[in-house]
Design a binder for this molecule. Structure first.
Ligand code: PEP
Ligand code: MG
Length: 563
């Protein structure tokens, strides 16, 4: 720091000087407090040979029943704290304890190895947790913590411990706020945290998709996870600042750094409180024009986040992730169930599902796509669908069947011509005819739209508009193809400029042509979440904006300030 600017503290430098520990950002917000490690009651895992395995199976059964009862109570108690959509995890936990495979594996182990129930539960829990952790699907990885949580509950009941309602001790440092540190926190432990004292959460393991993280976000507790070995018990009692949004923890911060973060926290708290005023409201401009504010999701499991974000629906469900997480083409029934459950969970709110956009950076081995020099401009999305109508029709049938269970709409990605739209609609009609023939209900009035994400589609949007019910502008691909900049190539990242006049003109033209033909137009690319650009979108007359759930309230507040 120089003489001249010594009155202006250089916080960046101070921050760099403080010891910083890094992890994965999991729940935004700033917290101050002393690190306190969660000390769980040790569950003896040693194997004991028993003389009467059948009696041991019965002991397990009794404990399992009791655990299911406790979870019912926990569900009731969490309803108010977390809301229905979050409390439901405890019903899922009950279902886990009823899973025939889980129960059978434990009982078989007790009988086969003549061992104590505690040991068998512990072994099988590890097996299931390992299996979940090894899955490609991030959501399923998050279930590892859940299976350990429910199993620990049974073991504690078996051991006659007080039960999970007070399974741990934490050291208190007078009245000072605490930052709870642990390897991984179970959902039931998170719910029961004493929010009065615990201001932040740090874990060495964990997944951003775990219920723990969702709960921490809902309860507004900043959290940094996956910190690895840097989070160890030598840190017990140290004062830290947790920066949840950036996944950074400052160890033993000096007074200046503390003051800097206290100021930031005050500003953030005030902003959050202001945003909360927009929860449950419609999204309207100052002049009263209504904008539909939706959320983008990659999986039906994100619907919890959509509801917590207060989005008015889902503007982009990237259905290709269902294919990416499968080992083979997902069949009609399994897709139908996913779409139906998502539509039902949204309780009448809009759900726009994009038909699969496989190809480019999103490939699954079983599609057996050939190697391509430029896959982003190769066999992808509707090009694959129209070359394999059977695979496409399976998805369309599943979507049509789900359409009677909610407010469902579909859209086709990567359109470049009117012929493609007509060809997609023809297969859709065939699927409708088949369902009618078989007496299976579907919503014949379901809205059908297209993504405008190639310059070709934007330029002929006047010809495309009469063929569809809506446009959703994908600014990510639209920017890449308009500017000839590969969105995957970091080397050219600085050229990927969505504010380029060429991109803006295409967006403007698309919205104008949509309105000229009496259909609505939305934007679902990343640009839609840019608060600094919202005024331009509104001025262009956009009808719908779809963004990541975490940006919803911020955009509603921003739109409310625009004419
Ligand atoms: C886009 O291209 O803007 C878009 C929303 O689709 P994706 O990012 O999935 O390609
Ligand atoms: Mg795209």
């Amino acid at each position: 720091m120089t003489e001249q600017n010594s009155s202006v503290p250089d916080f960046e430098a101070d921050a760099a000087q403080a010891v910083t520990l890094k992890g994965t950002p999991a729940s935004r917000g700033i917290a101050f407090g002393r690190i306190t490690f969660l000390k769980r009651q040790a569950a003896p895992e040693e194997k004991i040979i028993v003389s009467n395995p059948q009696a041991e199976v019965e002991r397990f059964e009794k404990a399992r029943t009791q655990a299911i009862e406790q979870l019912g109570q926990l569900y009731e108690a969490s309803l108010e704290k977390l809301g229905e959509q979050n409390a439901v995890v405890f019903q899922i936990h009950q279902m886990m304890l009823d899973d025939p495979d889980y129960v059978a594996q434990i009982e078989e182990l007790i009988v086969a190895e003549k061992c104590n129930a505690e040991y068998a539960v512990d072994q099988v829990a590890d097996r299931f947790a390992q299996m979940f952790a090894n899955m490609d699907n991030e959501y399923m990885q998050g279930r590892a913590a859940d299976v350990q949580d429910v199993s620990r509950r049974i073991v504690q009941i078996l051991l006659g411990q007080k039960g999970i309602t007070s399974p741990h001790q934490i050291t208190k440092y007078g009245d000072e706020p605490l930052i709870l540190a642990t390897d991984d926190l179970a959902p039931s432990e998170t719910v029961q945290l004493d929010k009065e004292h615990v201001e932040g959460i740090l874990t060495s393991a964990g997944s951003t998709r775990s219920h723990t993280v969702i709960f921490a976000r809902t309860m507004g507790i900043p959290a940094v996870i996956s910190m690895g070995d840097t989070l160890n018990e030598s840190l017990e009692g140290h004062l830290v600042i947790v920066d949840g949004a950036n996944g950074v923890v400052y160890l033993d911060p000096n007074a200046e750094l503390q003051e800097h973060y206290r100021q930031r926290k005050r500003t953030e708290d005030a902003l959050r409180a202001r945003l909360e005023l927009f929860r449950g409201k419609e999204t309207r401009t100052l002049s009263g024009r209504q904008i539909h504010l939706y959320a983008n999701i990659g999986s039906a499991d994100d619907i919890d986040l959509v509801k917590a974000s207060d989005a008015e629906g889902v503007g982009l469900f990237r259905s290709e992730y269902i294919y990416l997480h499968a080992q083979d083409y997902p069949d009609e029934e399994s897709q139908f169930q996913i779409y139906r459950d998502a539509a039902q969970a949204l309780d009448g709110r809009k759900l726009i599902i994009r038909t699969m956009d496989i190809g480019a950076d999103k490939t699954a081995a079983y599609f057996m796509l050939k190697h391509e020099e430029n896959p982003a401009m190769g066999m992808r999305a509707v090009r694959i669908c129209l070359s394999h109508p059977d695979i496409f029709k399976t998805q369309l049938r599943a979507l049509l069947r789900a359409s009677v269970f909610g407010n469902l709409a579909i859209m086709f990605p990567m359109i470049t011509s009117t012929d493609e739209v007509k060809a997609c609609r023809k297969i859709l009609q065939e699927a409708q005819a088949e369902l009618t023939q078989a007496g299976i209900p579907f919503n014949a009035a379901m809205e059908v739209g297209i993504m405008i994400e190639t310059p070709a589609a934007a330029l002929i949007s006047d010809e495309l508009a009469p063929l569809v019910d809506f446009f959703s502008i994908g600014t990510n691909d639209l920017t890449q193809f308009t500017l000839a900049v590969d969105r995957q190539n970091a080397e050219v990242g600085r050229f990927l400029n969505p504010y380029h006049h060429a991109v803006i003109r295409l967006i403007e033209m698309t919205i104008k042509n949509a309105h000229a033909h009496g259909i609505w137009a939305g934007v679902c690319g990343e640009l839609a979440a840019d608060e600094g650009f919202t005024h331009q979108l509104i001025a262009m007359g956009v009808d719908e904006i779809s963004v990541t759930p975490s940006s919803v309230l911020m955009l509603r507040a921003r739109i409310a300030t625009l004419a």
